[in-house]
Design a protein around this ligand. Structure first.
Ligand SMILES: *[C@@H]1O[C@H](CO)[C@@H](O)[C@H](O)[C@H]1NC(C)=O
Ligand SMILES: *[C@@H]1O[C@H](CO)[C@@H](O)[C@H](O)[C@H]1NC(C)=O
Ligand SMILES: *[C@@H]1O[C@H](CO)[C@@H](O)[C@H](O)[C@H]1NC(C)=O
Length: 562
């Protein structure tokens, strides 16, 4: 059995101390495995672990400042995105940290390879026996009850204390039990694609198609012109994007486009994209059909992340962002319709991953994530005592997209995940918007959420009965999984016009979004009830169900200066 994934990391500063490798301090521990997992005893000594070790970046605060500097419209450096070398200079660990960790690994006869271009992530393969010794851990085999999949994890570990200047140590897999299930949309009432009404004049009131979105949001149908302007679509957990289904989709729903328009493929971690119809994934097809089929003429690539270094999708989240950040020409937009519960990740691991999004955003990529489909419950049962936050949606360096349905008015989807992170505080760019919401909400939901957290989603888009083609059948799907690619397409088309006019792409969106709330259609009805409580209610201004609202393309283009 090969186990793998990320490692956690408490951002632990170790004071200069003893040079002895065996001095440990407890880093992270759990009392028991999270619900849904049970132990089947100690992991066999020979079980292989692909450990990821993260080192603290030498200057993350500098990177964060640079990110806001290039992403805030009022800044003199707005749009002056950083090069790979500039980002890596902030992200790279100190040379003391590198030599300390190398010496520690060498003492176990190990040599790590770099897992990120800045060198802040290392990869090393070790047997469980060695991992137990070097991390003072007790790896056990945990079985995920509902899927039967098993994983090697430890309930506690202690990182090595080293006689060097301070550094931070993170490794994986360890105490993070990411859920190996990812909920994707499921096609309902599938019909042969040839028998589907594709009346272009129909509104989004009954079902959602590219034509109704173009009409509802003012999205242009004219093809983009800039070949350098790309959208990356993230694919995980053996979800494959099918080219024949895309062709059928374009023939049905974009009769004005060449049905030969397609996407290109990139793979990592052993990823692939087999094309038999039966292997077409609802999620992957949705994401590709609502980028290629909506961001008319914008080059789209599907990034299929394999299972080689991941148990669920956690390692995949890290690897795809490190992989794309390593490119000299990063995509201008990345959309991801997968996520986890915030509590499924150790705080330290979540922070380190979130830093990778800050780095990617500083390069000029707009990072969009579906906010999640579990409303405020996040998959807990109704007896829950507090609302669950979602990850990566709660990371402040990306744009989380919630769902709405209906037209005039658009209304929040009850499943739209939204709320407040317990890991990250309210971001500066949203502090006024969040404060206004909290004041308006009064005592409703008191005690159920963390009022000092980063509020999400940031924006929203249609997400119910969205028509897609899978294995030749057409049907509707629901979910914030729909909303993220739709919003990504809007940004991709604005970027095309910006680049054509000689400007930079939009990059990290949030400071621009919160500075221009009127460029979005404010959604003021609907809510996401859960845990036997009201959930959050959409209201005038930002709210944690629909964010600032849905796209108004002409207004957004004007706010972008065109
Ligand atoms: C197509 O739709 C019509 C009515 O909407 C129905 O009578 C017919 O059986 C459908 N054909 C197929 C192949 O599904
Ligand atoms: C979130 O946690 C709940 C249990 O609390 C679980 O049922 C659900 O599947 C988890 N969601 C994800 C996306 O992992
Ligand atoms: C609430 O959120 C803040 C981040 O702003 C965090 O530091 C704090 O630990 C959170 N509280 C709880 C109870 O999780």
């Amino acid at each position: 059995m090969t186990a793998s994934s990320l490692f956690l990391a408490s951002l632990l500063s170790l004071a200069a101390a003893s040079p002895a490798f065996q001095n440990f301090v407890l880093q992270e521990s759990l009392n028991s495995a999270p619900s849904g997992f049970s132990t089947s005893g100690p992991a066999a000594d020979s079980t292989t672990l692909n450990l990821r070790i993260a080192l603290a970046s030498s200057n993350f605060a500098g990177l964060e400042q640079a990110l806001y500097d290039v992403s805030t419209p009022s800044s003199a450096n707005y749009g002056k995105h950083l090069s790979k070398a500039e980002v890596n200079a902030f992200l790279a660990p100190t040379s003391d940290a590198v030599s300390a960790v190398q010496a520690w690994l060498t003492s176990y006869g190990l040599t790590a390879t770099s897992a990120s271009s800045a060198g802040d992530w290392l990869s090393v393969t070790v047997p469980v026996s060695t991992a137990n010794e070097m991390l003072a851990a007790k790896y056990e085999t945990f079985v995920h009850t509902s899927t039967g999949k098993s994983y090697a994890r430890t309930l506690s570990l202690v990182p090595p204390r080293r006689g060097v200047s301070t550094y931070t140590f993170n490794s994986s897999p360890a105490t993070t039990f990411n859920n190996p299930l990812a909920s994707g949309p499921v096609l309902s009432s599938p019909k042969p694609a040839s028998n589907v009404s594709t009346d272009a004049s129909s509104s989004c009131a009954s079902k959602v198609t590219p034509a109704c979105l173009q009409s509802l949001y003012g999205i242009p149908t004219t093809p983009a012109t800039q070949t350098s302007n790309t959208i990356a679509v993230a694919g995980f957990i053996d979800q494959y994007a099918n080219a024949a289904d895309l062709k059928t989709f374009l023939k049905s729903f974009r009769t004005d486009m060449s049905s030969a328009t397609t996407f290109t493929l990139q793979t990592l971690d052993g990823g692939s994209n087999p094309q038999s119809g039966s292997e077409a994934g609802d999620e992957a097809n949705l994401d590709i059909q609502y980028t290629v089929g909506l961001a008319t003429g914008v080059p789209v690539y599907f990034v299929s992340v394999g299972d080689q270094y991941q148990d669920g999708d956690l390692g995949g989240f890290l690897d795809i962002v490190n992989f794309l950040s390593d490119e000299d020409d990063v995509p201008n937009v990345m959309t991801t319709s997968y996520g986890e519960n915030e509590t499924d990740l150790s705080k330290s691991l979540a922070f380190k991953l979130c830093e990778a999004y800050a780095a990617f955003g500083a390069r000029g990529t707009s990072i969009l994530f579906a906010s999640g489909d579990g409303g405020v419950e996040g998959g807990q049962d109704q007896s829950c005592k507090t609302y669950q936050a979602a990850f990566p949606a709660g990371c402040p360096y990306l744009t989380a997209v919630g769902s709405v349905t209906g037209v005039s008015p658009e209304t929040a989807s009850s499943f739209s995940s939204g709320g407040f992170s317990n890991y990250w505080g309210t971001a500066d760019y949203q502090s006024d918007a969040v404060a206004a919401f909290l004041t308006a909400q009064g005592t409703t939901n008191k005690g159920l959420f963390n009022a000092s957290g980063r509020g999400y989603p940031d924006v929203s888009a249609q997400g119910e009965n969205v028509q897609i083609v899978v294995d030749g059948q057409t049907g509707g799907v629901d979910g914030t999984s729909c909303s993220s690619p739709i919003f990504a397409s809007v940004i991709g088309l604005i970027n095309d016009q910006l680049i054509a006019a000689g400007n930079s792409p939009l990059g990290f969106l949030n400071p621009w979004l919160y500075a221009n709330p009127d460029m979005l259609n404010d959604v003021t009805s609907g809510s996401n009830p859960g845990c036997g409580a009201k959930g959050f209610t959409a209201r005038s201004g930002w709210d944690p169900v629909t964010g600032l609202g849905t796209p108004n393309y002409p207004a957004m283009l004007a706010a972008a200066g065109l």
